[in-house]
Design a protein around this ligand. Structure first.
Ligand SMILES: Nc1nc2c(ncn2[C@@H]2O[C@H](COP(=O)(O)OP(=O)(O)OP(=O)(O)O)[C@@H](O)[C@H]2O)c(=O)[nH]1
Ligand SMILES: [Mg+2]
Length: 226
């Protein structure tokens, strides 16, 4: 009986995720799910990257958190359309909550939606939200053993962003080891070391996002996720 209940929960989420993906595909909107541990630097990365997307594509953000609108306020300060999704204590976003968020965005005026998931390296990786690709975020402050300890987060990501590289000298984070472990778990993922303070890698992340979404004269947005 318990197994059936769990299966139903995932089945319902998968159905909602499929609806989200259908809606996004119809609207030719690319959707990225940004995942990583609490405080790994997800919002800071978005703050650094968003200005570099301006003029190339129209971006909106769904912010997932347990409480507060702090992250949505930070994104709104950049003049980017944003909806705060609150889980009221839940440890991950689900596709139904994302569906409500998408309904509140001006979808006719958007080429790319970035969903910042709840800060947590475990549960969010289990839930499809209807995204086209995932970005996993790992900060050097968390330790270089984390890809091996939380493999699903990295296995499902197209891009892995290693944040806070300005702190490398102050930690025992082994960048080579982390890169090797990520490649072993997911040989196809691109790995970009970044430092939001000094700007290292930020243009590379922006370039990766720009290449997901080919904006032509008619602002045609292709779901080219390769
Ligand atoms: N030194 C340094 N600090 C950073 C960097 N990126 C983020 N931080 C700091 O790390 C802390 C957490 O950053 P956030 O961007 O809020 O992290 P988050 O992953 O969005 O956090 P949650 O949404 O709560 O999970 C903040 O104090 C940032 O200033 C970086 O590249 N270098
Ligand atoms: Mg955040």
């Amino acid at each position: 009986m318990r197994v059936d209940v769990l299966r139903n929960v995932f089945a319902r989420n998968e159905a909602a995720a499929a609806e989200n993906r259908r809606l996004l595909d119809q609207r030719r909107i690319v959707c990225i799910n940004l995942l990583g541990g609490a405080g790994s630097g997800k919002t800071t990365l978005l703050e650094a990257v968003m200005p570099r997307l301006r003029g190339h594509m129209r971006v909106a953000v769904l912010e997932g958190d347990l409480a507060t609108t702090r992250d949505a306020d930070r994104i709104a300060a950049l003049d980017v359309p944003v909806v705060q999704l609150l889980t009221d204590g839940g440890c991950h976003l689900n596709a139904t909550l994302v569906q409500h968020g998408l309904a509140r965005l001006p979808l006719d005026e958007i080429d790319l939606v970035v969903i910042e998931n709840v800060g947590n390296p475990i549960c969010p990786a289990n839930f499809d939200l209807g995204e086209h690709a995932r970005i996993a975020v790992l900060s050097v402050a968390e330790g270089s053993d984390k890809p091996s300890k939380y493999p699903l987060l990295f296995k499902e990501a197209r891009l892995v962003v290693i944040t806070k590289c300005d702190l490398l000298a102050m930690t025992d984070f082994d960048l080579d080891q982390a890169m090797r472990d990520i490649r072993r778990i997911n040989p196809d993922a691109l790995v970009i070391p970044t430092d939001a303070r000094g700007g290292r890698g930020i243009e590379d992340v922006a370039q990766w996002l720009r290449s997901r979404c080919r904006v032509g004269a008619d602002v045609e947005c292709l779901n080219v996720m390769g």
